[in-house]
Design a protein around this ligand. Structure first.
Ligand code: AHG
Ligand code: MN
Ligand code: MN
Ligand code: MN
Length: 324
């Protein structure tokens, strides 16, 4: 069994980047421990606060955000962090080399019902001479990411990581080590499984409605095969399923928020997941083009997401762009 640290050394990952990833995992192990204790640790339920996204913060959104901030901002390589739960970026060491962007707890509506949640992260190079309390330094496209990944807190805790050379999975052992459990993950090109919150159908663009309606027609319809549907309501769990056995996951633009396309956030969710999916041979788009090519204007910017098995995402895109 190969330890995460050994794996990174053998694959000649930049030593400072490896060091940062190890530090991030210190925080994620702490979050995993809190989650395991569940109700016994008093972590269930909501706070009275609303975050900058307009969502009521769960206790665990706040706890995991604090754990990540404390661990990362004490690290000399970290120039600053940006979080879904923070209105503004928080500066660290002005001479630090990295910026870390994270969704501390993804799928937080699932905490109280004891269903999978996760932490998503994205690592960028800190541009020289910038003020890391200012979001300008963080507004880099997904293509600039040095590494990204997530830790899924499910029946087992699993780190899924890319440093730009494929995707690998590491499972947290009882000794507290992340051990390599799946190497060079590749997403099958075709699928018969889709994930979307169907209750939003009436708000979607006509192209999305037509696409999903055709999936539901099954073998007798224009797609010529029977599709199955899954919805966990944790993006980490949906992406993990897609990386494990293929599929398409989408949280599209909908007309409830014309100026904020979709629900998911470009910097905390869209970009890191897109890097993983592309590195695993899949496609990650906003239904029209690659998410990682979007130039961000705002640290909390939203994005329409359609990702997964390459041929299926291309099929979905053709409904939107009209191109075959
Ligand atoms: P978060 O908990 O970080 O705010 O993100 C929740 C997101 C994502 O994980 C999931 O795909 C989606 O919200 C679920 O949305 P619905 O409540 O519409 O199912
Ligand atoms: Mn949230
Ligand atoms: Mn999230
Ligand atoms: Mn979150």
């Amino acid at each position: 069994m190969q330890l995460l640290s050994q794996f990174l050394r053998r694959n000649e990952t930049d030593e400072q980047l490896s060091d940062l990833i190890a530090t991030l995992m210190v925080a994620c192990k702490e979050i995993a421990l809190k989650l395991r204790q569940g109700a016994l640790a008093g972590i269930h339920g909501s706070t009275d606060n609303t975050n900058v996204q307009g969502e009521t913060q769960k206790k665990l959104d706040v706890i995991s955000n604090e754990i990540l901030k404390t661990v990362l901002l004490n690290h000399s390589l970290v120039a600053g962090v940006a979080s879904e739960e923070e209105s503004n970026p928080v500066p660290g060491n002005k001479d630090g080399r990295f910026l870390v962007i994270f969704d501390p707890l993804d799928g937080s509506s699932n905490i109280d019902i004891n269903v999978s949640v996760g932490t998503i992260f994205s690592i960028l190079e800190a541009p020289a001479g910038e003020d890391f309390a200012n979001e300008a330094a963080y507004l880099q496209s997904g293509r600039k990411q040095l590494a990204s990944g997530y830790v899924l807190y499910g029946p087992s805790a699993t780190l899924v990581l890319t440093t730009g050379h494929g995707v690998n999975m590491f499972t947290l052992s009882h000794t507290g080590d992340f051990l390599l459990s799946r190497e060079n993950v590749l997403i099958p090109e075709e699928t018969k499984e889709f994930a979307i919150n169907m209750s939003n159908r009436r708000f979607w663009e006509p192209a999305m409605r037509n696409y999903v309606d055709d999936l539901l027609e099954g073998a007798e319809g224009p797609r010529g095969k029977n599709f199955n549907m899954r919805w966990v309501a944790s993006m980490v769990a949906e992406v993990h399923r897609v990386l494990t056995r293929g599929g398409i996951f989408t949280y599209p633009w909908d007309e409830r928020a014309p100026k904020k396309p979709g629900k998911l956030r470009l910097m905390y969710e869209g970009n890191p997941m897109s890097m993983l999916v592309e590195q695993a041979g899949g496609l990650a788009t906003n239904c029209y083009r690659d998410i990682m090519d979007v130039e961000p204007d705002d640290i909390h910017e939203r994005v329409s997401v359609a990702l997964g098995s390459k041929k299926e995402v291309e099929a979905l895109m053709s409904y939107h762009t009209g191109e075959e």
